[in-house]
Ligand binder design. Structure first.
Ligand code: FES
Length: 101
């Protein structure tokens, strides 16, 4: 199992906002909803849209390009997504947001 890796400072995140980062060169979208940090892949499975530039709708992120919706808990996407996005386990240590790729 891979180790937890630094992804962002907790102070970089705002409730209900998306934040793009890279962890070990993997594009990752972070967000905080109801005080809980979520980390998912930042690349839409339809045509590589940048999900962190999209909108949040409840516990879904909506792709800014053609509107596929991805569940932040399961990674599952709606049409026209070609499959789920990865979801990553998160851990908070002080001001550090760590994720496990
Ligand atoms: S690239 Fe995301 S829906 Fe098309």
């Amino acid at each position: 199992m891979s180790p937890f890796t630094f992804a962002a400072n907790l102070s970089d995140l705002s409730e209900g906002q998306l934040f793009a980062t890279r962890v070990d060169d993997v594009p990752v979208a972070l967000t905080m909803i109801a005080g809980r940090v979520h980390a998912v892949g930042d690349v839409c499975t339809h045509d590589d849209g940048p999900l962190a530039e999209g909108e949040l709708d409840g516990l879904c992120v909506v792709c800014p390009r053609h509107g596929a919706r991805f569940d932040l808990l399961s990674g599952k996407g709606t049409f026209p997504a070609a499959g789920p996005i990865p979801i990553y386990e998160t851990r908070i240590e002080g001001d550090a947001v760590l994720i496990r790729l």
